[in-house]
Structures are given as C-alpha cells and as structure tokens.
Design a protein around this ligand. Structure first.
Ligand SMILES: [Zn+2]
Ligand SMILES: [Zn+2]
Length: 166
C-alpha cells in the first residue's frame, strides 16, 4: 500500500503524511490524547510496533510486548475507526478516549468498543488501559465507518450478510 497517497487509516480525512505520520515521527510537539489514540490505531494498521510500545505507559510495559503486539497486528485486519468522545479526566494529566475500532474476522464485522485511559507524562500521552464497552448500533443511513463515503447500508452492511433494500 502506498502510504503517501493513501488517506490516513484513522479517517481524519487527511493523508497519512499530514496526519498520523507526524505523530509516528515525533513531529507533533504536544499531541492530544485523541491524536495519540488515532496514531496508535494507524500504527496497528501499518504494523508500527515501535510506536505502539513507545506510547504504552512505561508502568504497563512488559518484555513480551513487541512479540504479542506483532502477533496481534499480523492476525487482525482493521477496517475502520470511529472516535465517539474525547474527555478530560478529573485530573489534568488523565484523558479518556471512547472509540470503536472495526475489524474483519471470517467475513464478519467485529467491533472493539473501548474507553481508553491515557495519562500525560511530560507533555506526552501514554495509553494505560481500557474498559470494554458493548458494541454500538450502526445506523444504516450514516456514512460507513470505513471512510468509503458511502452510506453504511450500501457498504459494509452488505458485507455483514445483509442485503441493502434501497
Ligand atoms: Zn491519522
Ligand atoms: Zn464500508
């Protein structure tokens, strides 16, 4: 995949070099927790293990991270991201990003709906942990999460084994 001309996988509407690549290369001075979240998603799509480990809170890191992350990256095909909410925690150094990441598994769309906790250390946000939330309901007339520009019912909804009726 030509990463330079392809829209960023995080669906910001920008090209990768103008979006998450800046994060991956450390060119954004004080990124927000949401930018960090998006860049982590894109790192999952592109197999950028170094960035995933780098943005994991030092307290949460394990020796086996690189190995388990690369296994996860290889076996998962991510197809979309929807950021629902980005909120500040009670303390200024804590933020939460509520998001749904979509993946394809045996021809079925699966959701990972999570409220991730980020902690800021010296102007840098780190992923700490996440709370699993129930799947969201996808509105058939909304733009599809995959960024195709089509309505959900005309796009990935058909892939989920349903037939678009109009
Ligand atoms: Zn991006
Ligand atoms: Zn779609």
């Amino acid at each position: 995949m030509a990463q330079n001309t392809y829209p960023c996988p995080c669906f910001s509407g920008k090209l990768y070099p103008d979006c998450c690549e800046l994060m991956h290369k450390g060119k954004v001075d004080t990124p927000t927790a949401e930018q960090t979240m998006r860049a982590r998603y894109t790192a999952f799509c592109y197999g950028n293990i170094a960035y995933l480990v780098d943005t994991l809170h030092p307290r949460m890191r394990r020796l086996s991270d690189s190995f388990s992350l690369s296994r996860l990256v290889k076996k998962t095909r991510w197809i979309g991201l929807k950021i629902i909410e980005h909120t500040q925690g009670d303390k200024a150094d804590t933020a939460y990003v509520d998001f749904v990441a979509f993946r394809l598994e045996h021809g079925e769309i699966k959701q990972q709906h999570e409220r991730s906790r980020f902690v800021n250390v010296k102007d840098k946000w780190f992923y700490v942990d996440g709370e699993d939330l129930p799947d969201i309901k996808l509105e058939r007339n909304e733009p599809c999460f995959c960024g195709s520009g089509k309505k959900f019912k005309k796009c990935h909804d058909t892939l989920a084994g349903k037939i678009a009726t109009d």
